[in-house]
Design a protein. Structure first.
Length: 437
């Protein structure tokens, strides 16, 4: 295939450039060039997602992610080492890490298959894939490199990273931990109910584990990575935007390439708002074309059908904010800038009602082929059980209906022996029989 041949050549070039990157003063410039090549690889996959065979797309994505991991490791190796000092335990406690799933839970499905003496290796492969998918949810998040400047572990705060000229004149940045010169990476992590304004562009922006936050940022020349965010509003511009494992978020974007969505639900998109007079040139200053905005061209890697993905939508014009506050002093937006009774996203609305639950469904093997997706987020009435889920799946995916009665279900990595009540946030795998049994 012509795409694969070209992609493999570009991948070799990027890998060779990373391997040949020098140490010393020239290292950061070389790694920045490698990062551009990695972004170009992601862009190539995104542009071809609608015609690439699934196996080719997954292989190319995996190879690019592995190269990206090598790039992160090299950046971390070359990062300045921290000086020794006693850590503030209170600050460390403010940003707890997500618990790692216990090994016995992750391996439960594989153990069940082995215990039943399954003859076909495909059953074990499906179980292994389920276990790895459950663990992968916690492992493949985008993570900033060590010593990356940023705002971390705060709740209910108003945080401002001022423009470079303001910081140099002594204005500083509120919230602490926001150092780093123009062009470096910046991170937002572990924030809850915070209002953040990033008025100084960074090279790349790493956003992770935000809840009910509003992020207003001037455009930047590199990439923005968003993962594990819930019920947030983002106003951002970049060459590339990648969104991962996030729910119920609104994005106002100016982006040069197709936004990429993976393992997300309830996302809504709108164009980047008009900027106040002092900032009218920041889009072009970031190397972006003000006349070209690809915010509508969203690529959902978990939805391969030609029809609209159920995981994201466009924010209706009547509910969009007309303007956002880009000033260095935090305050409430003018009433005229607020949309009229903007409805919450479907995911957030279901959680607020309390009468529904949201369940993540993973499709494997033949079930994946019939559903034409590997993952879906479905809402059911509170108190629904696995049989109600089967009925909903048959209604939502008619091609899957003949196969469903013969499929096993695994709830949170454990096989369901009989009907079980589902709870909000459960993960249910649909595993078809092996060898046509």
């Amino acid at each position: 295939m012509q795409f694969k041949t070209r992609f493999d050549a570009e991948l070799r070039d990027a890998g060779g450039a990373l391997q040949a990157a020098p140490d010393g003063a020239d290292a950061q410039a070389a790694l920045a060039e490698c990062a551009k090549q990695v972004e170009a690889l992601h862009g190539s996959i995104s542009a071809a997602v609608h015609f690439l065979p699934l196996a080719t797309r997954e292989a190319c994505s995996k190879a690019t992610q592995e190269l990206e991991a090598r790039l992160r490791a090299e950046r971390e190796r070359l990062a300045p080492k921290k000086k020794f000092g006693f850590k503030n335990r209170a600050k460390l406690a403010a940003a707890p890490m997500a618990p790692t799933p216990p090994a016995d839970a992750v391996g439960a499905v594989a153990g069940a298959v082995a215990g039943e003496g399954a003859a076909d290796a495909a059953a074990a492969a499906a179980a292994e894939r389920l276990a790895s998918t459950t663990a992968k949810h916690h492992e493949d998040s985008f993570v900033a490199v060590a010593d990356c400047a940023g705002f971390r572990g705060q709740r209910g705060a108003r945080l401002v990273r001022e423009a470079a000229e303001a910081a140099e004149s002594g204005g500083g940045s509120s919230g602490g931990g926001a150092g780093g010169g123009v062009g470096g990476d910046f991170a937002l992590e572990g924030l809850e109910e915070c209002e953040v304004r990033l008025l100084r562009p960074s090279n790349s922006l790493w956003i992770r584990r935000l809840t009910r936050c509003t992020i207003v940022a001037v455009p930047l020349p590199g990439s923005i990575y968003v993962t594990e965010c819930t019920d947030c509003t983002f106003v951002m511009g970049a060459r590339q935007v990648r969104l991962h494992t996030s729910t119920g978020c609104d994005f106002y974007l100016h982006v040069s390439s197709h936004p990429i969505v993976e393992r997300c639900d309830g996302l809504r998109f709108a164009p980047y708002p008009a900027l106040p007079a002092p900032l009218t040139g920041v889009v072009a200053a970031a190397g972006l074309d003000p006349s070209r905005n690809e915010w509508r061209q969203v690529d959902d890697f978990d939805w391969l059908k030609a029809q609209q993905s159920p995981h994201w939508s466009f924010l209706p014009e009547q509910y969009r904010r007309a303007a956002f506050d880009f000033s260095a002093t935090a305050g409430e937006p003018p009433a005229a800038d607020l949309p009229p009774s903007c409805p919450p996203s479907p995911a957030a609305e279901g959680a607020a009602e309390g009468g529904t639950i949201t369940v993540t469904v993973l499709f494997f093997a033949a079930a994946r082929e019939e559903a034409e997706t590997s993952r879906a987020s479905l809402q059911l009435d509170a108190g629904s059980d696995t049989e109600a889920l089967r009925a909903l799946l048959a209604q939502r995916y008619p091609d899957l209906q003949p196969l469903l009665p013969r499929c096993a279900l695994a709830r949170n990595a454990e096989y369901v022996q009989s009907s079980e009540e589902l709870r909000d946030g459960d993960e249910v795998a649909v595993i078809p029989p092996v060898s046509g049994g």
